[in-house]
Ligand binder design. Structure first.
Ligand code: T4K
Length: 393
């Protein structure tokens, strides 16, 4: 088999780099045998939801991991809704980055507030741009730890104090990210995480809200259970957003090995960064000082002139190599149909990134052959950029 630069790209008739496709996500779950007995016992007892023992134990372990109390729920979107409502957000303006998954502004809209889109710097919300958008109607900033890159918590918390607004963080992709050597989870007024199947830490579906604010967290706990506070009595309308026992059982097993998993993901991302560094036309994410992001994906920006083809052509060429990349997030939220009223605003960095970004996979169990193969495939495509672009045109 031809190797290295002598190899022909699959788009030019070479054999694909991988015989088994690399998908954008490869979820890892614990072996069923590790939790089968507890799961069977729960099934036999009929105890499968409504705050069973596995959920209670999982919340305790999550709180220890995050360094602040945690309340679990059924998914990351529910975690956002609970966090916003528990923080008292039911109207006014909430500043969010436009460069995020649609779930972020949707949550703001669902609680009755209005998302105001801000621009990004190094892929996460730019605190200076967020501050420029603060008005008398602003009640909160909902920042996002995009791809697991922690946003500038210090700067955002400073804005919270200065302007008397809540600082909430959509940390859906960031469970496991370390800042100053500690896992994130206790910053701002609250953080919301997703444990979806596509996330490094997954319970199939699931999520949690983490906060040092006891009142906020108690409220989130009540809201996920219809708002019930004293038996069936409710102080405010809530949801059924409870986590199932089986998800907590999976979460407990995942947590036991997650430190090693995070270190491995960081290693894989470093290898991608080092391997791709210096390829003309590829812009790599800045690795923030004192931070080890969990890297949900490894994003690269493709300059069509310097790289010799557009982002979309590169995605297609990689597809021929059986490397399935995604364009997360090629439609910034101010361009989503749901927010058409915002389409007039200009967010230059958001639009530049959305127009050129490709998300490369990072897996919990990624092998050296896989990350090295991705790097080599991109190098070979770049070396033949003119021919590849012409062949795919
Ligand atoms: N906030 C932010 C910033 C978020 O990014 C998200 C979710 C949320 C909040 C809300 O959290 P959750 O409510 O989802 O817990 C995916 C995920 O569904 C979504 O969780 C995620 N962000 C978003 C960025 O990506 P799609 O529509 O791209 O997923 P889909 O079905 O195309 O799957 C992606 C890849 O994953 C596929 O190649 C197959 C693979 N996959 C997927 C599933 C569902 C698996 O291997 N196994 C699976 O079970 O949205």
């Amino acid at each position: 088999m031809a190797t290295g630069r002598r190899r022909k790209p699959a788009a030019l008739g070479g054999s694909p780099r991988f015989s088994v496709p690399l998908d954008i996500v490869r979820p890892s779950f614990p072996d069923l045998g590790l939790f089968a007995e507890r799961f069977s016992r729960g099934l036999a007892l009929g105890q499968v939801t409504n705050h069973g023992p596995a959920v209670a134990e999982f919340e305790e372990r999550l709180s220890a991991w995050c360094g602040a109390p945690a309340v679990t729920c059924c998914n990351g979107q529910a975690a956002l809704l609970l966090m916003l409502r528990a923080a008292g957000i039911t109207g006014g303006e909430v500043i969010v980055p436009a460069y995020t998954f649609s779930a972020t502004p949707h949550a703001v809209s669902w609680v009755g507030a209005r998302p105001v889109f801000a621009d990004i710097r190094n892929l996460v919300i730019d605190p200076a741009d967020a501050e420029r958008r603060i008005t008398a109607d602003t009640v909160a900033i909902l920042a996002v730890d995009t791809y697991g890159l922690a946003c500038d918590y210090d700067a955002l918390e400073g804005l919270g104090r200065k302007h008397g607004i809540k600082i909430l963080v959509d940390s859906a992709p960031a469970f496991g990210t370390r800042v100053g050597g500690r896992p994130v989870g206790a910053r701002g007024d609250a953080q919301a995480f997703s444990f979806h199947a596509t996330k490094p830490f997954t319970t199939m579906e699931g999520g949690c809200v983490v906060s040092r604010d006891e009142t906020l967290l108690h409220r989130a706990a009540a809201l996920r259970n219809f708002g019930q506070v004293r038996g069936a009595d409710c102080d405010e309308p809530g949801l059924n957003a409870k986590m199932m026992e089986v998800c907590a059982l999976i979460g407990l097993e995942q947590l036991a090995t997650f430190d090693t998993v995070v270190s491995h993901r960081v290693h894989c991302a470093r290898m991608l960064r080092d391997g791709l560094g210096g390829i003309p036309g590829l812009e790599l994410p800045v690795w923030p000082d004192g931070q080890d992001p969990v890297w949900l994906y490894f994003p690269v920006l493709v300059d069509p002139v310097a790289f010799g083809m557009t982002r979309d052509r590169l995605a297609e060429a990689l597809g021929r190599e059986n490397i399935r990349v995604r364009r997360y997030f090629d439609i910034p939220c101010h361009h989503l149909g749901a927010y058409a009223a915002h389409q007039q605003i200009s967010l230059p960095e958001t639009e530049r990134v959305a127009g050129t970004v490709l998300a490369l996979p990072v897996y919990n169990d990624m092998t050296e052959a896989e990350y090295a193969g991705i790097v080599e495939a991109i190098r070979v495509i770049r070396d033949h950029a003119g021919e590849v672009a012409a062949a795919l045109a």
